[in-house]
Design a protein around this ligand. Structure first.
Ligand SMILES: *Cc1c(COP(=O)(O)O)cnc(C)c1O
Length: 357
């Protein structure tokens, strides 16, 4: 069976060596040595001054929205994982969707201003499949209208834009370290920010608001990661260059073997060092996607319709139509991409797809 993704498993001895350290110290959570060490390693690798590792990639979105959204309208993208929209609704804010760019697949920055009202507090956009949003243009709009910018950068581990970490852009960026993501801790995530006061607020918010044992800076929740999860991260981390390199080779094979006369690839934004996190292709029609999916499934290959459906159409949402996002969502398929995928698998996938397109 060829699934859309497989989680990377480091050698079990390397994982248990780190777990042993937690046993030796008899310390399983509340920011132990392993979490702190992983944070230091990741800060160096990513090129960021500050980060806090969290228990997943959704809680940091909720924390950022709690601090900056203030129950207002959040301008957001309909083309993302449901966590982006759900976090907005969960935090009692109102998602206001803005359609996406048909090639970059990120929020269409030229349509943001028309959606701003006196209730708007934030822009929450996703760097889709690790492809950066138009961060400069979004910053100009946010400054002009006094809005905060939050980036759901769940897919963007290791991505650089104009030579610096994509996590350095916006007021807050969040990442996911879920088992299926590029770098993972089983379950986990992180939050990034530049402003010292905001860093302080994000940090205490993920630790119940604690100011020492008996006092509180403010409202908080449990966003902490355990030492057992940090142990997985420490075991995965030394393989990062290998992981990205293996995916790059697979992506290059797809690029070489697929027939792009009608198939469309996501356009990576200029000045981006991408991370090869996903391999999305956009077909001519939904019928063609369904046919490709059926043909691949018959051959024990399981791509995923990702992202589908467009988030403005889900049950608990009231929204205008988002023609570009709805159209792309119906036509997109993410092809299998993981460390260890064989070149002959990619050849077969491409052969089956090329017969259809
Ligand atoms: C994976 C993902 C999340 C959520 O991350 P978790 O770690 O699973 O909570 C949020 N946004 C996007 C775009 C994602 O792909």
């Amino acid at each position: 069976m060829i699934p859309v993704t497989k989680c990377f498993l480091p050698p079990i001895e390397e994982y248990t060596e780190w777990v042993q350290k937690a046993y030796d110290k008899q310390w399983l959570t509340n920011r132990g040595d392993l979490v702190k060490l992983l944070e230091e390693q990741l800060k160096g690798y990513l090129g960021v001054d500050w980060m806090t590792i969290t228990n997943n990639g959704t809680v940091p979105l909720q924390i950022a929205l709690k601090l900056l959204g203030k129950g207002g309208e959040i301008i957001t993208t309909p083309f993302s994982y449901v966590a982006t929209t759900a976090s907005i609704v969960w935090e009692n804010c109102t998602p206001v969707f803005v359609d996406i760019h048909p090639e970059y697949l990120t929020i269409d920055e030229t349509k943001i201003e028309a959606a701003i009202t006196d209730k708007t507090t934030c822009i929450l956009a996703t760097h889709v499949f690790g492809n950066p949003c138009a961060v400069e243009a979004i910053e100009v709009i946010a400054k002009k209208h006094n809005l905060y910018v939050i980036y759901d950068a769940a897919h963007s581990f290791g991505v650089k834009y104009n030579g610096q970490s994509i996590f350095n852009f916006g007021d807050v960026s969040t990442c996911s370290f879920h088992a299926t993501k590029l770098f993972h801790t089983g379950e986990g995530g992180a939050m990034f920010a530049n402003d010292p006061e905001l860093r302080h607020q994000l940090f205490y918010s993920h630790n119940f608001g604690h100011k020492g044992a008996l006092d509180f800076y403010g409202l908080g929740i449990n966003g902490k990661i355990s030492e057992l999860h940090a142990a997985m991260g420490l075991a995965v981390f030394p393989f990062m260059d290998q992981i990205i390199d293996a995916r790059k080779k697979a992506v290059e094979s797809y690029d070489r073997l697929l027939d792009f006369s009608t198939l469309q690839k996501m356009k990576i934004r200029e000045h981006t060092d991408w991370n090869y996190s996903y391999y999305p292709v956009v077909f001519e029609s939904e019928e063609q996607v369904l046919e490709a999916q059926k043909r691949l499934n018959e051959n024990d290959i399981f791509p995923r319709r990702y992202f589908c459906p467009s988030l403005n159409t889900i049950t608990y949402i009231v929204s205008k139509e988002m023609p570009v996002s709805e159209n792309i969502s119906n036509r997109i398929l993410c092809l299998p991409l993981y460390v260890g995928i064989e070149n002959q698998n990619i050849e077969e996938i491409c052969r089956l797809i090329n017969q259809i397109v």
